[in-house]
Design a protein around this ligand. Structure first.
Ligand code: SF4
Length: 711
């Protein structure tokens, strides 16, 4: 982050810069304590209740005087405060016994202890309760250290130097430190303590605010030809800044009041740096800068120019001290992290605070594990003042915006997002995408009819975004559209892979009168009844069953209509094409009677291959009604009399498989038999049925047989 610099010009055109250190003025804890005190003054002042701070709220006399004017006095212990009055605890904190004493006296305590200090107090208290020895690294006379020690029932050992640490031996230690000490001191003390003790825990509770102010002051002093360090003369951290600045810039001045400003020197210098202690209010920094600017520019001959310059200068000051507005998205540097919030330096006079509950939605775990000092972070301004003098920020709200952006992008790009179904409402369900809530109409919940949405509650579903109205916080999703798109993709993939003639595995899904639908990996094809078997079927279930796995051949593909025709019978050769390999004249076969006509019976040798047993070939005796001898469905043995491949006809004889009757029986039968012209000879084919009186019938029969063969 850049330091803030104001550029001015003297009457002779010479440029003068006044730069404010990157970290200057109130730290988080002091700013918060002052805000609480001012609030208390506004709330209770003038209502007859006395208000006091316990000890000096901040090391700045001007601020103390101003508070006094507002009715806020000062005591040094609860016992000094008037009974029933209000007592404010400053950022340094107080020991536990302070609160007990205040209660006994009926005081109303406003606790403005800095949360960073409170954390150290809690650590000391818990470690003491667990029976450990607490070591506080710090100044035993500092009010913060006295306060922390008080939370350990005054049992904690305070160590200010590594030498003092050598005197502690044989203990189980928990180490904490004063928030404003240097890290080197903590390291030196820990090193000594480790030699003779068991270290259970080391808590580095040093606050970065002091270090940041010191580093910024040193850097600025190095490049300035005059430094002004602003702060109360009692403020140890301002004194430290003065020492650091003096080290790099001899021309350093300690300024508590405007009158302390070395204006003569200021007029001579071109690069002026300004640093301010942690208890210096922003208003005083502004006044000091304005006074110096006035001194630099007041020699201008033209009064108008002077006015213009002053206005510009004030603008510059205002700009550099501008606070971000509500709703603004800001980027800053993390300066402190606890498990309850993160403090962010925004480069203006107030720090930003992101409470845990305003952190990223999907982030789980301790804030101290997720963030560290020095990290850059972006957040949205929720309030320009959170009541403690800080800017309230939210990362979560920033993310909600991002989530809407993602939803809008998904709508524009027709992308899929995953939503969680949270509850059923009238006509559909509420589904959430991260922090965005949307609606899925019942008809869009599935690709089949859904009456009740119970089974979907709690589930995560991929959806397409159908509509977004961010202004009214509304989004509409469709799972059905997602399913349809997926199905289309799958079909396209399968379609690409398939070609006419391919044999693929499929599962029989359902029957119709004209065939069966077979799923061939996500796509249904029609297996027409005529393509199931070489034989004749009345219904597909005569050959197939639902769920059966079969290998089918792709007969045709209609991309336009998305239809695929399948064949099953093609998996075996057409019976007539291989008839020579299986059948020959004289062979006795076994087959099923499939049809009976007046002139004979058709026997199925195998599906697609029928033969005719002429009435004269059913038995040796005269048969006038064939149904008296055999019936449809009956298994019979028959001898092949003729195979006519050209006309695709087979003549069979049952009689030939039977034992021939005795000679006289034959004669008897012959006598009973009709005249030669009336009784057909053993016809080799249906067409050879003799003429005579049956000629007409023979013609008719031949036609009927042919039709039957063709059906
Ligand atoms: S220096 Fe740090 S710990 Fe001390 S009051 Fe300021 S913010 Fe709190």
């Amino acid at each position: 982050m850049e330091k803030e610099t104001i550029r001015l010009h003297r009457a002779n055109g010479e440029e003068v810069t006044i730069a404010l250190a990157e970290h200057a003025g109130f730290c988080f804890g002091v700013g918060r304590a002052l805000s609480r005190t001012e609030e208390a003054a506004a709330l209770y002042g003038g209502k007859g209740r006395k208000i006091n701070t316990c000890g000096s709220l901040i090391h700045n006399q001007m601020v103390i005087d101003e508070l006094l004017r507002k009715g806020v006095g000062m005591v040094h212990a609860p016992e000094e405060a008037e009974k029933g009055s209000i007592l404010i605890v400053r950022a340094h904190g107080e020991p536990k016994r302070f609160y007990e004493a205040a209660e006994e006296r009926g005081l109303t305590v406003i606790d403005a202890t800095c949360p960073f200090v409170q954390r150290v107090q809690k650590l000391a208290e818990e470690a003491t309760k667990q029976g450990h020895t607490v070591v506080i690294v710090g100044d035993p006379l500092h009010p913060e250290v006295i306060g922390i020690k008080g939370w350990s029932d005054d049992r904690a050992l305070v160590v200010q130097t590594p030498q003092q640490a050598q005197e502690i031996r044989g203990k189980e230690l928990v180490i904490v430190c004063q928030t404003t000490i240097r890290k080197e001191l903590l390291d030196g003390v820990v090193e000594e303590l480790k030699k003779n003790n068991t270290i259970l825990n080391i808590y580095n509770t040093i606050c970065s605010a002091t270090r940041q102010r010191q580093n910024a002051c040193g850097l600025l002093a190095k490049e300035s030809d005059l430094m002004v360090v602003i702060g109360g003369c009692d403020s140890s951290n301002t004194k430290k800044l003065y020492e650091i600045s003096k080290k790099y810039c001899e021309n350093t001045y300690f300024v508590e009041f405007i009158e302390d400003l070395p204006l003569k020197e200021v007029k001579k210098c071109c690069k002026i740096g300004v640093a301010a202690g942690a208890s210096t209010p922003e208003r005083i920094i502004k006044e000091v800068i304005a006074a110096m600017s006035e001194a630099i520019t007041k020699d201008l001959t033209e009064q108008v120019e002077e006015m213009n310059e002053m206005e510009a200068m004030m603008d510059e000051i205002e700009k550099s001290l501008r606070l971000p507005g509500r709703g603004e998205i800001v980027t800053g540097e993390i300066v402190h992290v606890t498990n309850d919030y993160v403090v962010v330096n925004l480069g203006c006079k107030k720090d930003g605070v992101i409470p845990k509950e305003e952190m990223a939605l999907e982030q789980e775990g301790q804030l101290t594990d997720l963030f560290k000092e020095g990290d850059e972070i972006q957040a949205k301004v929720i309030k320009t003042d959170d009541g403690d003098g800080n800017i309230l920020l939210s990362k979560k709200k920033l993310q909600v915006n991002e989530h809407w952006d993602e939803i809008n992008a998904a709508l524009d790009d027709k992308e899929v997002v995953n939503v969680k179904i949270v509850k059923e409402v009238k006509g559909g369900v509420i589904a959430t995408y991260k922090e965005v809530s949307g609606f899925i109409p019942m008809s869009q919940l599935s690709d089949h009819f859904v009456e009740k949405a119970d089974e979907f509650i709690g589930k995560v579903l991929p959806v397409k975004v159908s509509r977004v109205d961010q202004r009214r916080n509304k989004a509409v999703f469709s799972h059905k559209a997602f399913l349809a798109e997926e199905k289309a993709k799958k079909i396209a993939e399968i379609w690409d892979k398939l070609s006419v003639g391919d044999v693929v595995e499929g599962v029989v899904m359902r029957f119709t009168d004209y065939g069966a639908f077979v799923d061939i990996g996500g796509l249904d094809g029609l297996l027409h009844i005529s393509e199931i078997s070489w034989g004749k079927l009345k219904h597909p279930q005569e050959a197939l069953s639902i769920g059966e796995k079969i290998n089918v051949k792709i007969l045709s593909m209609n991309a336009e209509k998305g239809k695929i025709s399948l064949g099953l019978k093609q998996n075996v050769p057409e019976p007539w094409s291989v008839i020579d390999e299986k059948y020959e004249v004289g062979q006795v076969i076994t087959g099923k009677v499939v049809q009976i006509k007046d002139y004979g019976a058709f026997v199925e040798l195998e599906p697609g291959l029928d033969g005719l047993v002429h009435i004269s070939e059913v038995a040796y005796k005269r048969v006038t009604n064939i149904a008296d001898e055999i019936s449809v469905g009956q298994q019979v043995s028959a001898k092949i009399l003729e195979i006519d491949k050209e006309r695709k006809r087979i003549s069979l004889s049952i009689k030939e498989t039977l034992e021939a009757p005795a000679e006289d029986a034959v004669e008897e039968a012959a006598e009973e038999a009709p005249a030669t012209e009336e009784v057909p000879e053993a016809a080799e084919t249906v067409e050879e049925v003799p003429a005579a009186e049956e000629a007409a019938e023979a013609v008719e029969t031949a036609e009927t047989a042919e039709e039957a063969a063709e059906e």
